[in-house]
Design a protein around this ligand. Structure first.
Ligand code: ATP
Length: 322
């Protein structure tokens, strides 16, 4: 293998640039040429490739987003689109590819491996932390800290005005962000897709908190924790209990920003491990970090197995909200 490609795909996540940088620099150090594929799978289909040397990735480590840009490609979902992408890779002499993205990106990579036998390994780049085979995904820690900063600010207002706040964080199918910021932000209630609650149950907890002398409450709601999100939960809580709450939807501010040290180090390590894996002949595997060790998991397993939230942490959150 003389030339490898690297691309980012799906939602951007802080730390993706650190992963690209690590691929370029460890690849170069091991005598490889590295090609950046812009705009994810769409760029693979369009042949949007750029040569990347160590200096091209200078000054990117601390930047959020992805310098290679990212996209969601409908064309790649078709066999014709994938055939075009595979041909472009072959024409460019690319003998192996590093895919940095979430589960959809891994599904696409798996198809490219199965249908066109192109060696691909993946690094988990998504703020959601919802990928099996790694304790944490690149971008998760930054997203948690960004959401936490917002919650701390809202807590000031909630406490000063003695109000209830419903704060929606990202997580349509997984509550990792909600659980982490819920604990770190001292939320009275955390609503997760893994354990959906009713408005009535939520109101009961808020009322119990008030009866114990709490003058304000923070309810952290994962997008997928309640049908309609925080907005709907606040409305239903008011309907069933009369409790009035303010709603803040954090939205896309959670996706951007300079990556934390934890994300930079994780991304650097995983990016380098992707190059090592390709050189060792690996393909169709996701590279993760489990208990501080690099772990290879087949794409199929990484996308099909569900990573559960830490139930003990969830119970702890409830105890600490007393
Ligand atoms: P995030 O977790 O941030 O949403 P993701 O990688 O899951 O990231 P998706 O939009 O689901 O983001 O996937 C990225 C791209 O991967 C899609 O736009 C599509 O081109 C490709 N892809 C997703 N699923 C498949 C599939 N089943 N077959 C082929 N390609 C796919």
């Amino acid at each position: 293998m003389k030339r490898i490609g690297v691309f980012t795909s799906g939602g951007d996540a802080p730390g993706m640039n650190a992963a690209i940088r690590a691929v370029v620099r460890t690849g170069t150090a091991q005598g490889l040429e590295v090609v950046g594929i812009r705009r994810g799978y769409q760029g693979m289909i369009d042949g949007d490739f750029i040569e990347l040397g160590p200096r091209d990735v200078a000054n990117t480590l601390q930047r959020g987003g992805t310098v290679l840009l990212t996209a969601r490609s409908k064309e790649f979902m078709t066999p014709e689109g994938r055939a075009k992408a595979a041909q472009n890779l072959r024409d460019a002499g690319i003998g192996g590819v590093v895919c940095i993205g979430g589960d959809g990106s891994y599904r696409g990579a798996l198809k490219l491996v199965e249908e066109h036998h192109i060696p691909i390994v993946g690094a988990p780049g998504t703020i959601d932390n919802d990928l099996y085979g790694t304790d944490y995904t690149i971008g998760f820690d930054t997203a948690v800290n960004t959401a936490l900063d917002a919650i701390d600010r809202i807590r000031d207002t909630a406490a000063s005005h003695e109000r209830v706040f419903f704060i929606e964080v990202m997580g349509r199918h997984a509550g990792f962000i909600a659980l982490e910021v819920g604990i770190a932000g001292g939320a009275e209630v955390i609503v997760l897709p893994e354990d959906p609650t009713s408005a009535h149950a939520c109101a009961q907890v808020i009322e119990a908190s008030a009866s114990k002398g709490k003058k304000s409450s923070i309810v952290v709601v994962a997008e997928g924790g309640y049908e309609g999100g925080a907005e709907a939960l606040a409305r239903d809580v008011k309907l069933c209990s009369g409790i009035e709450g303010r709603v803040t939807v954090l939205g896309h501010i959670q996706r951007g920003g300079s990556p934390t040290a934890i994300d930079r180090v994780l991304a650097s390590r995983l990016g380098a491990a992707c190059v090592d894996a390709l050189l060792a002949g690996a393909s169709g595997v996701a590279i993760g970090e489990v208990n501080d060790e690099i772990r290879l998991t087949p794409f199929k397993e990484a996308v099909e197995k569900r990573k559960d939230i830490n139930r003990r942490k969830y119970e702890l959150a409830k105890t600490l909200a007393l």
